[in-house]
Design a protein around this ligand. Structure first.
Ligand SMILES: Nc1ncnc2c1ncn2[C@@H]1O[C@H](COP(=O)(O)OP(=O)(O)OP(=O)(O)O)[C@@H](O)[C@H]1O
Ligand code: SF4
Ligand SMILES: [Mg+2]
Length: 323
């Protein structure tokens, strides 16, 4: 069965005076169909936003390397001409709510005008119909109708985030990438936004890529989880597999770092710091911080092992049947 979105060996490095920054390295994953969410979870600087930008082809000027394949509904996107990608794919089939999206609105334009812009530019409908569609979406994301006429500074952070989600949905894309959509919000607003995303997934049959540093939050929304470490996906599987039977020592440490109610064990912090992606460690990139490091880890990069059906982890322990 072909997947809705299939990312294969995606690699994206930035050029830097000190050498390439290896922000995304040989990343592969798939979203089978709509109505599901994949969580991309990892520490700050692990390359999550870079991966989102690489999929969206929203690249900065200092690209050192950009290759791999991104298949959307049977169509390969990286080899596509720029104009065609802009016209047919970006926002129409694949949308992004960027990190810090609350600051993404133009302060001098009314919110509604900014939401309908891509729909009006597409020429598919007139302004009146576009406005009706935007107002429907604003209501759906839980905002009052008058938000359409307000300026961005007249909205709270949570309202701006909802309005940004409405803006991403205006062309009804089947896949939306949400980059840390709740991280700047307080806990109660965070829950409201997560509940909204759950509804979107079901009601609109949307496929969501949910980027976060918070694995507990991702587990609330996501059907599948991918754990990102230093530019690579080190583990991927169903949320149940990753949460209940984590195979990679980094995933295990990430889970052990979550504070738990009604438990005598204290959260354990991961020793050391994530590596500098200009010079990631040889072999397994986690090896300088891994409590289980052994002979092959610093020499050879672990390939993708399959500890269980549908679960992937890059750790030499799995080859030895110990993972
Ligand atoms: N334009 C750029 N030029 C050079 N390096 C960059 C650029 N943008 C990001 N980086 C570097 O790429 C690496 C990955 O950054 P990225 O923003 O993708 O991480 P992230 O996982 O999204 O982090 P956070 O959780 O803090 O948002 C970091 O080392 C960052 O400093
Ligand atoms: S490959 Fe080695 S260093 Fe890397 S996570 Fe597995 S045991 Fe630890
Ligand atoms: Mg980021």
């Amino acid at each position: 069965m072909t997947s809705l979105l299939d990312v294969r060996d995606l690699t994206f490095h930035y050029a830097d005076r000190a050498g390439p920054v290896r922000a995304v390295d040989n990343v592969s994953f798939a979203l089978a169909s709509g109505g599901s969410a994949l969580g991309l979870v990892g520490e700050s600087g692990s390359g999550k936003s870079s991966l989102a930008l690489a999929i969206m082809r929203m690249l900065p000027t200092n690209v050192a390397r950009y290759d791999g394949e991104v298949w959307l509904d049977g169509q390969e996107l990286l080899g596509m001409a720029d104009g065609l990608f802009r016209q047919e794919i970006r926002w129409r089939k694949l949308a992004l709510v960027p990190q810090g999206a609350q600051n993404g609105f133009n302060p001098v334009l009314r919110v509604g005008e900014q939401i309908i812009e891509p729909l009006v530019v597409s020429g598919a409908v007139g302004k009146r119909e576009a406005r009706a569609r935007a107002q429907e979406l604003l209501a759906y994301v839980g905002l009052p109708a008058d938000v359409y006429l307000r300026y961005p500074h007249e909205l709270s952070g949570g309202m701006k985030q909802r309005a940004m989600i409405a803006a991403a949905l205006i062309l009804e894309p089947p896949v939306v990438i949400m980059d840390e959509p709740t991280s700047a919000l307080d806990a109660s607003v965070q829950t409201q936004i997560t509940n909204l995303l759950k509804r979107l997934k079901q009601d609109m049959n949307l496929a969501i890529i949910f980027i976060t540093h918070d694995i507990a939050l991702a587990s609330d929304l996501c059907d599948d989880l991918a754990v990102v470490y230093a530019g690579e996906i080190v583990e991927i599987g169903s949320a149940e597999q990753v949460l209940l039977h984590p195979s990679h020592p980094y995933t295990q440490r990430l889970l052990a770092s979550i504070p738990r109610l009604h438990s005598d064990t204290l959260p354990q912090f991961i020793p050391g710091a994530p590596p500098d992606l200009r010079e990631p460690p040889a072999g397994c990139r986690f090896h300088p911080r891994c409590p289980l490091v052994f002979e092959p880890c610093a020499q050879k990069s672990p390939p993708a092992f399959e500890p269980a059906d549908g679960q992937m982890a890059r750790c030499w322990l799995i080859e030895d049947g110990l993972g």
